[in-house]
Design a protein around this ligand. Structure first.
Ligand SMILES: Nc1ncnc2c1ncn2[C@@H]1O[C@H](COP(=O)(O)OP(=O)(O)OP(=O)(O)O)[C@@H](O)[C@H]1O
Ligand SMILES: [Mg+2]
Length: 413
């Protein structure tokens, strides 16, 4: 049984906290999960620190109550828009008499690999070792104890924009939770959703969120591109609201009620009455016109994702095609058809319709737990969060204390 890991996903529409561990059969065991709606993030950037900090605190508190634990620290997902991944290598000559490679040699190689030119507003988050090459033999992941003279490390250096990272750090600290490590969301989601074969054959993972769409490309078993486009499901609602002159809330409800992205799938058109935002009068709209707006936006989001591949000079074949996920378009009928038309590749959608919204909303947090447990954040082999298991008595005492505080507040106000 693995150590307990706590993960936090700071998303545009919600904050998710998840506490889990890897079971004996290698499966993820979720001990507690909580999803707190929060609007403090725009285009992936924290814009309302107080709201985000409060939501993290609430999510963690609910997870603590659910699992009967006290959470001191957690891993946090970081998204493609403000992080950058670049390959680098470092090497050393092992002068030791017995030629045995030691842990400190690896530490030195990992440190040397951090020597990359970065923009002024960015900082290195961690180093992902991809392979060690010892005297010309590659594909080695655990070199300590092996014998060799020329030792090389090929690694990916993950760097993040200072402002993005410092906002995460401040919000976590405001919520009283230490950061165990930052994890690339694309890599974590890949662990959760993709099979090993898909990652090997080449696959494009598209996560359409609230205001950002993350695109991760995997090939030969590893993440080779992780980028974002600043458009998501909220833009679809916005288009309906502006295009059809109705309130955002009404547009969002219709979008979620119909869950359709393709006009050609409409068998029989329907009429609806909505309130016109210009004159406050009820007016008639036809569903096919709304679906047309959704179709255009989904098509645009997919095209923008495809353009990213060109910009990053990703030209190899994708044997496993495209995998679509994220609340933004995962529920829409017709999404597969549109993505298939844009990419000219087979498309699969995850999670399936009947998955349950809480589980769907916590996919990334689940992926973080799985990823951290499998590799240790940054491949450093360390994992596990600062979690204190409470005895039943402590939980009850905590509940009683909370009740007393609530009672006190009620009396004051
Ligand atoms: N049933 C539904 N049908 C269509 N869209 C939906 C449905 N439920 C949620 N959405 C949309 O999904 C989006 C939120 O998706 P998700 O929860 O994946 O985003 P997030 O992780 O919070 O955001 P991000 O990844 O951009 O930070 C919102 O735009 C919301 O309107
Ligand atoms: Mg998300």
């Amino acid at each position: 049984m693995g150590e307990m890991v706590v993960a936090i996903d700071i998303g545009t529409s919600k904050i998710c906290a998840l506490c889990g561990q890897i079971g004996k059969a290698g499966q993820l065991e979720t001990i507690a999960r909580s999803v707190i709606p929060c609007g403090g993030v725009k285009k992936g950037l924290i814009v309302d620190m107080e709201a985000v900090s409060g939501a993290i605190s609430e999510a963690v508190r609910q997870a603590e109550t659910g699992a009967g634990i006290k959470i001191g620290s957690a891993y946090v997902g970081v998204m493609g828009m403000y992080v950058d991944m670049r390959a680098n290598r470092s090497s050393m000559v092992n002068a030791r008499e017995n030629r045995e490679i030691q842990g400190k040699d690896i530490e030195r190689l990992l440190y040397a690999a951090r020597d990359v030119a970065l923009p002024e507003d960015a900082q290195i988050l961690y180093v992902i070792p991809r392979q060690y090459v010892i005297d010309g033999y590659g594909g080695i992941m655990e070199p300590v104890g092996m014998v060799g003279v020329n030792v090389e490390l090929e690694a990916d250096i993950v760097a993040g924009k200072n402002m993005y990272i410092s906002n995460i750090v401040s919000c976590m600290s405001g919520a009283g939770v230490k950061i165990d490590g930052l994890v690339l969301s694309g890599e974590a989601l890949g662990q959760m959703i993709l099979s090993r074969e898909e990652m090997e054959m080449g696959v494009i993972l598209i996560d359409v969120g609230g205001s950002v769409t993350d695109v991760s490309v995997f090939k030969k078993g590893r993440l080779i591109m992780y980028e974002s486009v600043p458009v998501g499901g909220d833009h679809i609602t916005n288009d309906i609201s502006i295009g059809m002159k109705m309130s955002y809330a009404e547009a969002d409800k219709i979008k979620k009620d119909y869950n359709l992205a393709l006009t050609s799938l409409i068998r029989k058109d329907q009429e609806l009455y909505v309130v016109d935002i210009n004159n406050n009068l009820r007016k008639r709209v036809v569903i096919s016109e709304i679906i047309e707006v959704i179709e255009a936006r989904v098509f645009e989001i997919m095209s923008m994702c495809k353009d990213l591949l060109g910009e990053n000079k990703i030209e190899f074949s994708f044997g496993a095609g495209v995998v679509l996920t994220g609340g933004g378009i995962a529920c829409f009928d017709g999404n597969k058809h549109i993505a298939g038309e844009v990419f000219r590749l087979p498309v699969r959608v995850f999670p399936p319709r009947m998955y349950g919204s809480q589980r769907a909303a916590s996919l990334l947090a689940e992926g973080i737990v799985k990823h951290v447990s499998a590799a240790g954040a940054g491949g450093g082999g360390r994992f596990g969060s600062d979690v204190q298991v409470l005895k039943r008595r402590d939980i009850r005492a905590g509940g009683a204390l909370l009740r007393r505080i609530v009672e006190l507040l009620k009396r004051i106000f």
